[in-house]
Write a protein that binds this ligand. Structure first.
Ligand SMILES: Cc1cc2nc3c(=O)[nH]c(=O)nc-3n(C[C@H](O)[C@H](O)[C@H](O)COP(=O)(O)OP(=O)(O)OC[C@H]3O[C@@H](n4cnc5c(N)ncnc54)[C@H](O)[C@@H]3O)c2cc1C
Length: 275
């Protein structure tokens, strides 16, 4: 079977789903393909800035279910290890999300608007020249534009002549807020070179993570254990087996920018896609 679309979006994370929602609202025929089946998890501290929140409100036509936000914070604190360096109010409060729920809510919104999602698609092939995709069941999707929103390690990278940037690497744990509590968004320095540790409120839990520019000599689990111990998890006889731990992920340190004008698409590793 053949399907024709104005645009085919690859990846249904926040960038891809937001793109699909925007296309639906603009009445531009489109579909979205993701290799995962939703809801799916994603390693992420889940901080949503005030500016991003406004954009999310737009995507949901101001009828956003506040239940997708697990915490709001109006204060940031910076530490050198456990020594508080400074605390400052955040004028435009930040919100925190659990990425499983948040990404799923965006995908649901896309579907509510009549979007077409092909999920769990792993065996598809892309014909870049003809801007078409053959799905694993043999169906052919043809799109005037292919939009790559498939994350930091996008397969479209090979289309541009920008060298891959150094990867960042992070580990993350979710700890009950009764063990480590914070209402502010806390950043800790001096545990890792070229990186930092975050402790963010997530409702009943606190997200504790550590990331830096990847260095194979760094023992990330040891660093995270040290942080947890310093923050009192050890004192409370907190066991690593109680955590969703370790969750590790790699991503680019910064956005990629396409340099060649003749690409079928331009993409960024994070954020929105433009034609
Ligand atoms: C440890 C960590 C902490 C972070 N903390 C924050 C934070 O607090 N706040 C913040 O704003 N950002 C944070 N980020 C960054 C944030 O996670 C990314 O910016 C965001 O996920 C990018 O969204 P995206 O839609 O571009 O990509 P993704 O969320 O990665 O989604 C990409 C989608 O594409 C799909 N996909 C991948 N490859 C293919 C393929 N070949 N075919 C089909 N589908 C494919 C994936 O299944 C996925 O659903 C963090 C990242 C990490 C790693």
């Amino acid at each position: 079977m053949k399907h024709e679309y104005e645009a085919i979006v690859i990846g249904a994370g926040p960038a891809g789903a937001a793109c699909g929602i925007t296309l639906q609202k603009s009445k531009v025929s489109n579909c979205v393909i993701d290799k995962a089946v939703f809801p799916r998890s994603k390693t992420c501290a889940g901080l949503v800035t005030g500016k991003t929140y406004k954009l999310i409100e737009e995507l949901f036509d101001n009828k956003i279910d506040d239940g997708i936000f697990c915490a709001v914070s109006s204060e940031i604190r910076l530490f050198s290890r456990t020594e508080l360096l400074t605390a400052a109010p955040i004028t435009n409060p930040v919100r925190l999300v659990n990425r499983i729920d948040f990404d799923n809510a965006l995908v649901k919104r896309y579907l509510e608007l009549g979007g077409k999602l092909f999920e769990g698609e792993r065996g598809y092939t892309i014909d870049y020249k003809n801007s078409s995709i053959t799905l694993s069941n043999g169906d052919v999707l043809r799109g005037k534009t292919l939009i790559f929103a498939d994350g930091a390690l996008s397969q479209a990278h090979k289309l541009i002549d920008v060298p891959r940037e150094k990867l960042a690497f992070g580990v993350e744990a979710y700890v009950p807020s009764s063990v480590i509590g914070t209402k502010s968004v806390d950043l800790y320095f001096d545990y890792l070179e070229n990186g930092y540790v975050w402790v963010f409120p997530h409702g009943d839990t606190v997200c504790v993570g550590a990331a830096n520019q990847y260095n194979k000599n760094d023992d990330y689990i040891k660093v995270l254990s040290e942080v947890l111990s310093d923050l009192g998890a050890k004192a409370a006889r907190f066991s690593p087996t109680d955590m969703s731990f370790p969750r590790a992920s790699s991503r680019k340190m910064s956005c990629l920018r396409a340099t060649r004008a003749d690409l079928p698409t331009r993409f960024r590793a994070r954020g929105f896609i433009c034609r």
